[in-house]
Unconditional design. Sequence first.
Length: 286
Amino acid sequence: MNTPILDKEKCTACGLCAEVCGLDVIARNGDGHPIINPAAYCHACGHCVAICPQNALSIREIGSDAFAPMPASNISSTDMEAFLLTKRSCREFKDRPVEKAVIEQLIDVARMAPTAINCQERVFIVVTDQVKITELRMALTKHARSMLKLIKLGASKPASLFLSSDTHAHMHHLQADFEVALRHMDDGGDYIFHYAPCLIFFAGITMDPAGRDHALGAQHYLMLYAETMGLGTSINGYAQSAPKVLAKHLDVPEAYTIYGAITLGYRKYTYRRRVHREPALTVYHE
Ligand SMILES: Cc1cc2nc3c(=O)[nH]c(=O)nc-3n(C[C@H](O)[C@H](O)[C@H](O)COP(=O)(O)O)c2cc1C
């Protein structure tokens, strides 16, 4: 059990722990003191420990180091906006491996991405072995070739009779993209991984309806953090859409499925202008 432990000597009955407890673990008694229900189910989210001004709470199974004081963060919304509006997918990498210590640092931050019921069930699979990358590239190219046959059916005229116009148009885009990719691959280029020195895959529990979210949350944390180190990333749709192919070539733990895949390497170029996107399609119920 992860039940929080209260140091009554330190507690001033401010009530913050009960207020932030998302479950029924902490309530308050008549004089405002917290009452901890040892039988209640606890996620060990640590909100109670992290908010207590008196450091009066702890969780036995989680060492106090995990609850080190909040690091200073002075990111303004202007800085954050600038960061997000200048982040681009990267397909041109320096001929430089990504150091293992750096990969570990990235994963150490990515593992902080939230998970449902704080289960933290996700696996990171890192590939820097170039032989393995070539093996994956070949397998995904083969898979893309068979996908293209299906995509062409979806982009065909008869398919327009039963697909929505948006889906049908999307099939056309996919067909064009796959055809370019396969042409480059046939010419001996690497349109799948763009010669990235490192691939990272993100897996979640197959049977968990939130397994994909757990994988992709970590993926996005890692991708954003990587930018701060001169690294560039790109989501890899060819790999993400072929988890069964990946499972034949990678050590994916039983019960897990790969939902996220990225290429990673040191950026060769930096961009001079911000990201352009179409205006957001937004629906309000006000
Ligand atoms: C789900 C998903 C799959 C993607 N797959 C690929 C891919 O296989 N190869 C690639 O080079 N880029 C891929 N991308 C990157 C997009 O092409 C890119 O995000 C888009 O063109 C906008 O460019 P930007 O990210 O630089 O703003 C993918 C992006 C997403 C969200």
